[in-house]
Design a protein around this ligand. Structure first.
Ligand SMILES: [Mg+2]
Ligand SMILES: [Zn+2]
Length: 178
């Protein structure tokens, strides 16, 4: 089964400069849940890899993050979709961990767990660090303009990274849906 890796904030749900700290603050971007369902239907395993430094900053705890992810999974199930795994980095920018993107620690953990190679695996994100993490493991980065995407695009992207309006459009291109 092919694999696809998605960033969470700004790709699946609306991003916030104040962080997503509660289930109530987690709101899907229009069409994103249905796009994930289309990926599942086309045979993709969908995994989320996300930086959640709000935990290190004391803005939310792991239990609350779990409740946020329960909401995401519940709403996704209603749309007919499923996320196989969520790998998150709970650390802050100064913690010097290996799992905060642009570092690829969570990507390599995933590859080891599933015993797969990430060569050419699509990675959809809205920030340069998503693109960089994907490139560092030989995956295929794709930018969406939702979330921080417009800003990321304006600041300059590495050559050859495809750009789409949102997750729905990126998925349709990937699946060759008109
Ligand atoms: Mg993001
Ligand atoms: Zn980390």
């Amino acid at each position: 089964m092919p694999l696809i890796i998605l960033d969470r904030d700004g790709v699946i749900n609306q991003d916030s400069d104040d962080f997503i700290k509660s289930p109530a603050e987690w709101e899907p971007i229009e069409g994103s849940l249905e796009a994930i369902a289309r990926l599942n239907y086309a045979g993709y395993r969908v995994v989320v890899v996300t930086n959640q430094s709000g935990i290190a900053r004391g803005l939310l705890d792991i239990a609350t993050l779990g409740r946020i992810h329960n909401k995401m999974r519940r709403m996704l199930a209603q749309a007919g979709g499923k996320i196989e795994a969520i790998l998150f980095c709970p650390h802050g920018p100064d913690d010097d961990c290996e799992c905060r993107k642009p570092k690829a620690g969570n990507f390599t953990t995933l590859a080891n767990r599933l015993r797969i190679n990430l060569d050419g695996v699509p990675v959809i994100g809205d920030s340069l660090r998503d693109i960089q993490a994907a490139q560092s493991v030989g995956a295929k980065p794709i930018l969406v303009k939702t979330g921080k995407g417009e800003k990321t695009l304006a600041a300059g992207l590495p050559d050859g990274v495809p750009v789409y309006a949102d997750l729905a459009e990126a998925v349709n291109a990937l699946l060759d849906i008109e």
